[in-house]
Write a protein that binds this ligand. Structure first.
Ligand code: ZN
Length: 332
């Protein structure tokens, strides 16, 4: 496998220290990979790494984001008709946001929590859209849907559901058909950490985001989470070499600001299931705990699940959630 050395993508420094040496947990890429920390800015990344020509072979055919799915047919219920009417006007959308019950009932896209109001339908670009699950939801809500996806197999599945897909990486050079477009919403869900040059991708995308009113939503795993503190290198974040970067709230903010974005909001969050999965696959490490986790009957007990729920809640309160979600805009 062809490996390449890379300087820090955030500050350009080559002054790094070794954090961990890890094998591919999927056992696809041979050998082990060094995770390093930039001494200047604190960004963590894989170095050396498979180059862009070699990385495709590191993804299993069964990669979760690539699985096909049946698009749910849109039923024109009265609720949907009312929502569509409200969405068509920013004034009505804002008014609806003052009615918490109505607003909560209307949550049917992955973004209401971020914006706390219904965005009028517009154009969305998803970077790393896989087979298009999120684009399906947005299209059903009246959005024009465009995706960027490096896997041609996944892109075909998304295209079959009526989305315009560009088969390329987020950090590749964008073709004219894409650079001439402008988007109200750009979404990157667990894709920035897969790219070789995330800074270049953010710069590319900035030119496509509508100034002032456009929003970009980015979600990445959090390197400074309770999960990584408890489980270290066996945490799903260290999915090397598919994950090439390990962001913290600080390094992600710094990269976004450097690319000219304004940060509207940033939060970290956790899900109890992530703790359940980590404990279940690492019971040997925790043989000292009183629940006797090795026994299957205890690991699914209501007490265990309640404990995982509490841990997850604590992680969020302590700002140690497993994922970072940030909303940014571009000033005029
Ligand atoms: Zn750096």
């Amino acid at each position: 496998m062809k490996l390449e050395q890379a300087p820090c993508d955030l500050c350009g420094s080559t002054d790094v220290e070794l954090v961990a040496t890890l094998p591919d947990p999927e056992r696809i890429a041979p050998g082990e990979f060094d995770v390093v920390l930039c001494r200047h800015c604190g960004l963590q990344f894989v170095n050396p790494r498979p180059d862009k020509s070699a990385i495709g072979a590191c993804y299993p055919v069964s990669y979760y984001a690539y699985s096909g799915h049946q698009k749910t047919a849109q039923r024109p219920t009265l609720r949907k008709k009312i929502k569509a009417a409200i969405r068509s006007s920013r004034a009505l959308s804002t008014m609806a946001s003052y009615l918490p019950g109505v607003c909560a009932a209307a949550i049917d896209t992955p973004f209401e929590e971020d914006f706390n109001y219904w965005m009028p339908s517009g154009a969305i670009l998803e970077v790393g859209c896989g087979s298009g699950g999120v684009l399906d939801i947005m299209q059903n809500n009246g959005w024009r849907t465009v995706g960027i996806e490096p896997s041609s197999e996944a892109a075909l599945l998304a295209q079959a559901n009526g989305h315009q897909i560009f088969v390329l990486g987020g950090d590749d050079e964008y073709p004219e058909g894409l650079t001439q477009q402008c988007f109200d919403l750009i979404y990157l869900s667990h894709s920035l950490e897969h790219m070789h040059f995330p800074s270049r991708s953010l710069k590319n995308l900035g030119c496509l985001l509508k100034r002032s009113t456009g929003r970009m939503v980015i979600e990445v795993p959090n390197a400074e989470s309770l999960l990584t503190y408890l489980f270290g290198e066996v945490t799903p974040i260290y999915d090397v070499p598919r994950h090439l970067y390990f962001f913290s709230p600080d390094t992600l903010s710094a990269m976004l600001k450097k690319a000219g974005y304004h940060i509207e909001s940033m939060r970290v969050f956790s899900r109890p299931n992530q703790f359940v999965r980590c404990f279940k696959s690492n019971t040997r490490r925790f043989s000292f705990v009183p629940w006797q986790l090795k026994a299957d009957k205890n690991i699914s007990s209501p007490e265990f699940l309640a404990a995982m729920k509490s841990l997850s809640k604590y992680a969020e309160q302590a700002n140690l959630g497993a994922a970072i979600r940030v909303v940014v805009s571009r000033p005029d």
